[in-house]
Design a binder for this molecule. Structure first.
Ligand SMILES: C[S@@+](CC[C@H](N)C(=O)[O-])C[C@H]1O[C@@H](n2cnc3c(N)ncnc32)[C@H](O)[C@@H]1O
Length: 187
């Protein structure tokens, strides 16, 4: 992934690795009538794995002519995404506005998204995530167009008003993805 190298690819299309999505979904319990939204579904790395019927899944995707920031959604129960980095705060604000009262919102973000000086004010107003699942080992995103891989740590940033996510009462847990970790999740 080249988000830190300056070699940003078109529309910031960096698909989420399947194992990173699966590890999150293993910690989640959807309700039978939940309506799900992927605001920028790309090729469906997250969207296609959501265990709900197709008529309960909504999406947007710029490359398919649906700009999330210009498309209204309402009262969504579960939002999970890996947003375009340059629009992450705009995506967070819109998702929060359109989330159901007992909804669950989950964003894949770099951990240093919390720390940058320019975002202090944003987090103060928006509210920091009550729960973060730190992804271990650091995920490697597909290299596209020979762009360099970055060296950032990532986590699922979680606002779980609907109690759909295991261990969300803790501030931080680790989500171990297969191959290098034997323990699935450790507090
Ligand atoms: C980091 S990629 C992630 C794709 C997908 N969410 C995943 O997890 O594999 C970001 C995606 O956001 C899309 N995108 C960028 N700006 C957008 C916008 N304003 N509305 C909807 N999608 C957008 C890009 O085309 C790209 O597919």
């Amino acid at each position: 992934m080249s988000r830190t190298t300056g070699n940003v690819i078109k529309n910031e299309f960096y698909p989420t690795p399947a194992k990173v999505v699966d590890a999150l979904l293993e910690t989640m319990t959807f309700r039978p009538n939940d309506v799900f939204l992927e605001p920028c579904r790309g090729e469906g790395a997250i969207y296609n794995r959501i265990p709900l019927p197709g008529n309960q899944k909504c999406w947007a995707e710029l490359s398919e002519g649906v700009d999330y920031l210009k498309t209204p959604f309402n009262n969504i129960d579960v939002i999970i995404t890996n947003p375009p980095f340059s629009l992450a705060t705009e995506f967070l604000e819109k998702a929060k506005r359109e989330l159901a009262e007992d909804g669950t919102m989950i964003f894949l973000l770099r951990l240093n998204f919390l720390g940058s000086k320019k975002r202090c004010e944003f987090w103060e107003t928006f509210g920091t995530p009550p729960h973060i699942k730190v992804i271990t080992p650091r995920p490697s995103f597909a290299k596209i167009n020979n762009s360099a891989s970055d060296t950032c740590e990532y986590g699922w940033f979680i606002w779980d008003n609907g109690n759909r996510v295991a261990h969300a009462e803790l501030p931080i847990t680790h989500l171990c993805t297969p191959t290098q970790c034997t323990k699935k999740e450790a507090a």
